[in-house]
Design a protein around this ligand. Structure first.
Ligand code: IPM
Ligand code: MN
Length: 357
């Protein structure tokens, strides 16, 4: 039988990015052994080291090149010797924006055996998904300075919310909630009591679209501050949360903590009609670089999301089971240096279990 083939662009990036992505690739290759598909990996050296040598973030034609791939697998972006913002905007956000990856999908799922700081809550209670808008809001770079470096300086940063951008995000969230088929409840997370323009639009679109096209999905609303409170107090109330770029950024770090930390949290930057990118959501963790101490599970879980998105559902499910076996039976902790295993050993175990579970 002819195998299904996918071209994957691999951007290891900075700090511990390349070492966690290496373990992810190892596990994806283990999936190829067992299932009927093949991934062709091609590596890109974009990141801080390259920038320091050449002054380039993404080389000319780089984005066009990415468009030839079925998906992108990213490690981490951020280098201690490069001023904050240059690599983040020049690489990570540039890819998200230019490939129009308008959804940032971030599951918050507590795996068996993983410690959560939330008392009396377990895998039953902590299992929801955040749909974060990924191309607009405060991230779009609208704004500027007036009278910079004077006592009368003004700095303005504008949140841009377009009807089109808001609607496509909300529609994706409704579709996702329906497909997930858990509680069939979608929560809009906003700040309608203060941000009375931006979230007025979000709220109107949310109810319009929901009422007309998704009557089977329960609509719910929570302010962003209250969302943070409920995520800690009653995480089981959430099924799918939809929110804007900035709020989504903030609440998904909180989400990562309640699911066991940055060692396990993964996300997908999705363009349902184009090329999507999958990444562990923690940073480049420079102090652990090259020490073989960092937890690769977040990168492995990002690989799992990539398989799911490519339509390799059986492989995705198997990889998730393998990860759960490792969290349940093997790791002492998810924190770097406290796992009881090295980075490569964790990757080896998951890859082995892919063939066994
Ligand atoms: C994330 C990160 C990025 C963001 C940074 C690195 C630009 O925090 O993916 O959540 O704010 O989106
Ligand atoms: Mn973030």
């Amino acid at each position: 039988m002819e195998k299904r083939r996918y071209k994957i662009a691999v951007i290891g990036g900075d700090g511990t990015g390349p070492e966690v992505v290496r373990e992810g690739v190892k596990c994806l290759k283990a999936c190829m052994e067992r299932f009927e598909f093949k991934l062709d990996f091609e590596e890109f050296d974009w990141g801080g080291e390259r920038y320091l040598k050449t002054g380039e973030t993404i080389p000319p034609g780089g984005i066009e090149e990415l468009k030839q791939f079925d998906a992108i697998y990213l490690g981490a972006i951020g280098h201690p010797d490069v001023k904050p913002g240059i690599l983040e905007k020049g690489i990570l956000l540039a890819i998200r924006f230019e490939l129009d990856q308008y959804i940032n999908l971030r599951p918050v799922k507590l795996y068996p055996g993983v410690w959560t700081p939330i008392k009396d809550k377990g895998p039953e209670e902590i299992d929801f998904v955040v749909v974060r808008e990924n191309t607009e809001g405060l991230y779009c770079g609208a704004g500027g300075f007036l009278r910079k470096n004077t006592p009368d300086e003004v700095a303005i940063q504008t949140s841009v919310n377009t009807r089109k951008g808001v609607e496509r995000c909300i529609r994706f969230a409704f579709e996702y909630t329906r497909k997930r088929n858990k509680h069939r409840r979608l929560t809009l997370c906003g700040k309608t009591n203060v941000l009375t323009y931006a979230f007025d639009l979000w709220e109107r679109v949310f109810h319009e679209v929901g009422e007309r096209d998704y009557p089977d999905i329960t609509r719910d609303y929570a302010h962003v501050d209250a969302t943070c409170m409920w995520m800690v107090k009653n995480p089981e109330w959430f099924d799918v949360i939809v929110t804007d770029n900035m709020f989504g950024d903030i609440i998904t770090d909180l989400g990562a903590m309640i699911q066991g930390g940055m060692g396990i949290a993964a996300g997908g930057n999705i363009n349902p009609e184009g090329v999507s990118m999958f990444e562990p959501i923690g940073g480049s963790a420079p102090k652990y670089t090259g020490k073989n101490m960092i937890n690769p599970l977040a990168a492995i879980c990002a690989g799992q999301m990539m398989l799911e998105y490519l339509g390799e559902t059986d492989a995705a499910r198997t990889l998730e089971k393998a990860v759960m076996k490792v969290t349940k039976e093997k790791l002492k902790s998810l924190s770097a240096g406290q796992m009881g295993y090295t980075t490569t050993e964790v990757g080896d175990m998951v890859a082995r279990f892919v063939g066994e579970v």
